[in-house]
Design a binder for this molecule. Structure first.
Ligand code: DX5
Ligand code: ZN
Length: 210
């Protein structure tokens, strides 16, 4: 199980938090990008991340929670992330987003909101590297896991019999309890407050990986 640590709740001291994450065996730092359109929050304008490589030694997993994600790909690709994930609901041109991210040599993720039907995703599956299943409504860290999203992860994992190119990640409300509802279906989890509110990041990560 890969672990991507979300720093959304830690906007004010991201350097301190990232230096603590560096000391763990987490696989990625998850960066939530919000421009006050798709959600009603703002987070991590690219200029606040420009010098992130000075103090971060983890790979980046960028989650665009913004409308018209195609307009953000150029600026965020400069951070050289492993993944850029956009929301299917936030663009009229998913294929354009896929192509643009791939043209930068970056892996492509598509995120699905809790209410979005899996059928809307299927045609894109052959072309992407990651499916991010939202297990909360996008916008804030520290929300409760929505139990009815685990069936979606199960269904998307069954589709791997037809397409084997993508991994499945879950985002929102993941902790040492909720992970047990989804462990069989996902390859990666995004976890924010469960890790960053704890005194011992590595111990919390170990509980998720168990
Ligand atoms: C939710 C964000 C998540 C969030 C996860 O809108 O996309 O990445 O920060 O944080 P927790 O684990 O606290 O729900
Ligand atoms: Zn996220």
């Amino acid at each position: 199980m890969k672990i991507s640590v979300s720093i959304l709740k830690e906007k004010d001291n991201i350097k301190d938090v990232i230096e603590k994450i560096n000391l763990t065996d987490a696989d990625y730092i998850h960066i939530d990008v919000q421009d006050n359109t798709y959600t009603s929050n703002i987070s991590f304008p690219v200029e606040t991340l420009n010098n992130i490589s000075d103090y971060n030694n983890k790979k980046l997993d960028i989650h665009l929670m913004s409308n018209n994600p195609e307009e953000l790909i150029d600026e965020y690709s400069i951070l050289n992330p492993e993944y850029i994930t956009f929301h299917l609901e936030a663009t009229n041109n998913p294929y354009g987003c896929i192509q643009k991210i791939k043209s930068k040599g970056i892996k492509v993720g598509i995120a699905l909101n809790p209410e979005t039907d899996i059928n809307n995703l299927v045609e894109y599956l052959p072309y992407i590297d990651l499916v991010l299943v939202m297990s909360v409504t996008p916008g804030l860290g520290g929300q409760s896991f929505l139990d009815n999203t685990s069936y979606k992860m199960e269904e998307i994992s069954k589709l791997k019999e037809r397409f084997s190119n993508y991994i499945i990640s879950a985002d929102g409300g993941i902790n040492d309890k909720t992970i047990n509802l989804i462990r069989d279906y996902v390859d990666m989890v995004v976890s924010g407050s469960f890790i960053t509110d704890s005194n011992d990041y590595q111990y919390s990560i170990d509980l998720l990986k168990e």
